[in-house]
Design a protein around this ligand. Sequence first.
Ligand SMILES: [Zn+2]
Length: 340
Amino acid sequence: MSLEKTPVTIVTGFLGAGKTTLIRHLLQNPGGRRLAVLVNEFGDVGVDGDLIRACADAMCPEANIVELTNGCICCTVADEFIPSIERLMALSPRPDHIVIETSGLALPKPLLKAFDWPDLRSKITIDGVVAVADAEAVAAGLFTPDPARPGSVAEAGADHETPLSEVFEDQIACADLVLLSKADLAGESGLEAAKAVIAAEAPRPLPMLPLTEGVIDARVVLGIGAAAEDGIDARPSHHDGEAEHDHDDFDTLVVDLPEVDDPEALAAKVAALAGAQGILRVKGHVAVAGKPMRLLVQAVGARVRHQFDRPWGAQPRQGRLVVIAEKGDLDAAAVRAALA
Ligand SMILES: [Zn+2]
């Protein structure tokens, strides 16, 4: 057995930033590495796990892909996260590199701290924390603190923070590398604007690279060699000093849908909903009349994508979408009515 520590990369980033797309690209282009993936999703539709399992191959068989859907892994570190990492470490052959996809609302710092446990510290090194940020959304100010919002004295440094800016700052502050996703949509000026926002938020200068459709050389993302477990204190969090944190600023709604006739019509409803209700993320599968394949629907704000991904097979043809919004923005009855 090798005494070398197994490197772990933590991929963080807000809902819909493109973490799963990045990890799929890494699995398809691992540069000879035997990868294992732990994927955590907020809401129990298992879309990301499915997308990642679809990339399973000889270098990363299905046994190397673990999915945790029971809330954010930052909240279940001892019960679920650490045992899952230990299971991946026990695989034979042992993975060369473990990639963790955190949920879009997860705080990366509790995970870094988990790796500080003596049991893991001797076997694992945190190779790097990679933050994926939607360049267009960052440039548009989605994650910028709101000066109109009263500063909170209870929480040091939380001046004018919005729920989104707070999560975003925690993710950026923990990062070793920032990937500005959807760079093609943002364009040069959007990328420059996004870089300026992130540079202002970051506690130290961070390398930032553009990313389109998750395409990047695995050598850029894996093998950073940050040994982040040695410098946790240099990564500030809004939750430093708190024994516990919560994700109370966000609400999740699961909507079951009957078969639809027209994918385009459904996509238009989802887009309209995002505009009307400030919905941050929609994703799930829907059954389309006469089609044996599941329709994967994913929306970030009003930008909706849909595609047939795989046959329903033995699974019941039950459409199900998870809708995530800021607390108070989600009117369940209105959402159900709009999607019906
Ligand atoms: Zn948490």
